[in-house]
Design a protein around this ligand. Structure first.
Ligand code: SF4
Length: 412
């Protein structure tokens, strides 16, 4: 029996390629191998991996995950950082990935090796064929280089990706290609804030992972993307008489000009109003980040500070630094079950600045425990992105579908 190890670079390239392999080699043992240490940052790698898992499960193909040995990849391309795409660096990048794949194919007794990179419209098939044949030769196996792009294959790949709502990356993978393709904007791909902040790669990977889990239980799923104005904190610091005090910055706070030195001039409830640049301090007990209860109509620069610091703040002079930026972003909502279900229970997908948020295990247990109710249309789950920004996910879902959330299964 033929056996084929297929190196997978990403889900969009795999979705049609692996399907065609299955059709052309109906009796072959086919296994996928995700080995892509070229992908930066790690959060992007995770996102592409989770989507690859989903595609392989859908196609009933076994998947092995390779090592994320990014340092080895970096060493291999050293000196070729400035090469254009399709140049020498890409050649080395193919060699690294195919060499590791060929080694695995040999170890596990596969006769053939191939790669979904052959499907990528931006790669040269000839360059890949040469790289693949050279490594396959060294390991005593054969390299397959079918051209599944022709005959409308590329269009079919895009159609299937869209139909399955697969994450569409907008750069090849490595940090050098990213800078070439996106210039200064690429910095935002590399910033990882921890947790799952609204519109982040981490939030997207969480939603995709839950989708994969729900589909593994044969539950219906649907994903809806929505654009929103995102807020990023670049720098924030609050000091009293030279001593830094713990603080969070309320989302959508605007930047301050320079270092602001100000005094408290008024207090209303837990909010202290300062003498310069509309600066505010909100005293919080217990000290933690607070989700916005509604999208913010104003954008006063506001720090959240432990209530225990009240006396120090009133006594001393406050010195504050704050730089933030607004950018357009995408977030998403996942529906598990039918929107026509009797009850729609919502969960926030994002986490707060202090890391608090829904745990994956909790939601997976909830879905599994309610599997029958979801399948029978009594219950549906909505996993909402950017929910800590005044319920943006819920607002989008309700406006888009006309269906109201019945209740929350988790709140911050
Ligand atoms: S641009 Fe793509 S193929 Fe080329 S080195 Fe970077 S990740 Fe590899």
């Amino acid at each position: 029996m033929d056996s084929i190890l297929v190196h997978v670079c990403c889900a969009p390239d795999a979705v049609y390629f692996v399907r065609r392999l299955r059709e052309d080699f109906p009796d072959a043992r086919i296994k996928a191998f995700f080995y892509d240490p070229n992908i930066h940052p790690y959060e992007e790698y995770e996102l592409r991996l989770v989507e690859t898992r989903r595609v392989c499960r859908e196609l009933n193909i076994e998947l092995e995950e390779g090592e994320y040995d990014v340092e080895r990849w970096m060493r291999a391309v050293r000196g070729y950082e400035q090469e254009p795409e399709r140049g020498e660096r890409c050649k080395i990048c193919f060699d690294v990935r195919l060499e590791r794949s060929a080694r695995l194919a040999k170890e596990q007794g596969f006769k053939f090796l191939t790669t979904t990179l052959l499907m990528s419209p931006k790669k040269k098939i000839e360059q890949l064929r040469q790289a693949g044949e050279a490594v396959a030769d060294r390991y005593g196996i054969e390299f397959l280089a079918p051209n599944y792009r022709k005959g409308g294959g590329t269009q079919e790949m895009f159609r299937l990706s869209k139909e399955m709502e697969i994450y569409q990356q907008d750069y090849c993978g490595c940090i050098y290609g990213l800078f070439n393709q996106k210039g200064e904007d690429s910095l935002w791909d590399l910033v990882c804030t921890g947790g799952r902040r609204p519109g982040s790669k981490e939030e997207a990977a969480f939603i995709k992972g839950i989708r994969d889990f729900a589909e593994s239980l044969s539950l219906e799923t649907r994903e809806l993307e929505f654009p929103f104005t995102n807020w990023h904190l670049l720098e924030g610091k609050l000091e009293i008489e030279g001593k830094v005090i713990p603080s969070f910055v309320e989302p959508f706070s605007v930047s301050l000009r320079g270092v602001v030195k100000a005094d408290v001039v008024k207090r209303v409830g837990e909010v202290l109003y300062l003498s310069k640049q509309h600066l505010r301090i909100r005293l919080v007990k217990p000290f933690r980040d607070i989700p916005l209860s509604a999208p913010k109509p104003t954008a006063h620069p506001t720090f959240l500070v432990p209530a225990d610091y009240e006396e120090e703040i009133l006594r001393g002079r406050v010195s504050a630094t704050l730089r933030s930026e607004l950018r357009s972003s995408l977030s998403r909502v996942l529906i598990v079950g039918s929107l026509q279900a009797e009850e729609l229970v919502a969960f926030p997908a994002d986490t707060l600045q202090d890391g608090r948020g829904l745990e994956r295990k909790y939601l997976e247990d909830y879905i599994e425990g309610n599997k029958n109710g979801i399948a029978e249309g009594h219950l549906a789950i909505a996993l909402l992105g950017a929910e800590s920004y005044g319920g943006l996910g819920r607002r989008f879902l309700e406006e888009f579908s006309g269906v109201k959330v019945s209740r929350y299964g988790y709140s911050f």
